[in-house]
Design a protein around this ligand. Structure first.
Ligand SMILES: [Zn+2]
Ligand SMILES: [Zn+2]
Length: 317
């Protein structure tokens, strides 16, 4: 189970104070679908109330910190990259980093919620210096051959590090010493790039990052394959159920429903409560607003991920 904090404010968990931390850990920086909350153009109660209350949910992103070296890794660069990296710095006491806000970026795919924030690494904003960006060869080719992304390369703000993939769609990279990351190609809408999930392996625990995947039912064994050897799994929970998707063709947005995942993986979840944790919530998803529904999901062994929660990957010296 991750340690929790309710917001960037006070701790709810049991992690030691930051100055005494060692090893490598992850930090959840956002849990919404690509458009976040409030969602552009939505005047339904879900987003009208969020605007009135000043409530914001950032798109999915995960930070990693190595406490021995102070190195930071960002997994997925969302349109809210500025507040999310600021949150990562605050959560991990990593201020005063100048033009190196993070030491590496990993990208799952070329949809707006997962890579658009990379533009802020360029000369109009942070003008970072040669930050390594890890992605698949197809994603790298997309960045290399399309403006404005290509300018990040030609101006020296990023360096692409391709993760070579095997015939069965798996590859390994090591964005930090002691942090092995496995990329696994997953089925998803792949207009510009392929899509991967990441398994982050530390010496103590392994975390799965799978914000966007196709419906489990269409790909037999996919969920079990992704969960293999994983201690904490962040998985696509875009929609709670079919009733939530009004006026859209489900063929265009084929994410697994939370209720479907709860049926498919119910036994697995009960064996290790809190291990499978939903993220990537659409603005319409009731789990963002309904505490009773969250309690019901948690009562059968699943988790609704909370921004600021942390998972220890490696104990450290
Ligand atoms: Zn997404
Ligand atoms: Zn909405």
């Amino acid at each position: 189970m991750p340690s929790r904090r309710s917001s960037v404010g006070g701790w709810l968990g049991t992690l030691p104070p930051m100055g005494t931390r060692a090893g490598i850990d992850t930090w959840l920086l956002g849990r919404a679908q690509d458009g976040g909350v409030p969602h552009l153009g939505c005047d339904l109660a879900c987003c009208a109330a969020a605007r009135a209350e000043g409530r914001v949910e950032y798109p999915c992103s995960l930070g990693v910190r190595d406490h021995a070296t102070g190195s930071l890794v960002l997994i997925d660069a969302t349109p809210a990259v500025e507040p999310q990296i600021a949150m990562l710095h605050q959560l991990t006491n990593s201020q005063q980093r100048g033009r190196r806000p993070v030491d590496a970026v990993l990208l799952t795919h070329a949809h707006i919620g997962h890579y658009a924030g990379l533009l802020q690494f360029g000369k109009e904003v942070a003008a970072v210096c040669a930050t390594p960006v890890y992605c698949t060869p197809r994603m790298a080719n997309f960045v290399r051959t399309n403006a404005p992304w290509s300018a990040l390369l030609s101006d020296g703000h990023i360096e692409l590090v391709e993760i070579p993939l095997s015939a069965d769609g798996c590859g390994i990279c090591e964005p930090l010493p002691g942090l092995s990351v496995e990329a696994i190609v997953v089925p998803h809408r792949d207009e510009y790039s392929d899509t991967v999930a990441f398994r982050l392996r530390g010496s103590s625990q392994t975390v799965l990052w799978a914000p966007d995947v196709d419906q489990w039912g269409k790909h037999s064994g996919l969920a079990e394959r992704l969960l293999d050897g994983v201690d904490v799994a962040y998985v696509d929970g875009t929609f709670f159920d079919e009733a939530e998707v009004v006026g859209r063709d489900l063929g265009d947005i084929p994410h697994p429903f939370i209720c479907e995942t709860m049926t498919l993986l119910g036994e697995v979840a009960m064996k290790q409560p809190g291990r499978i944790r939903f993220i990537h919530f659409n603005h319409t998803n009731p789990v963002l607003r309904d505490a009773a529904l969250r309690a019901k999901i948690e009562g059968v062994g699943f988790g609704v991920a909370a921004v600021g929660e942390s998972v220890l990957l490696s104990q450290g010296a």
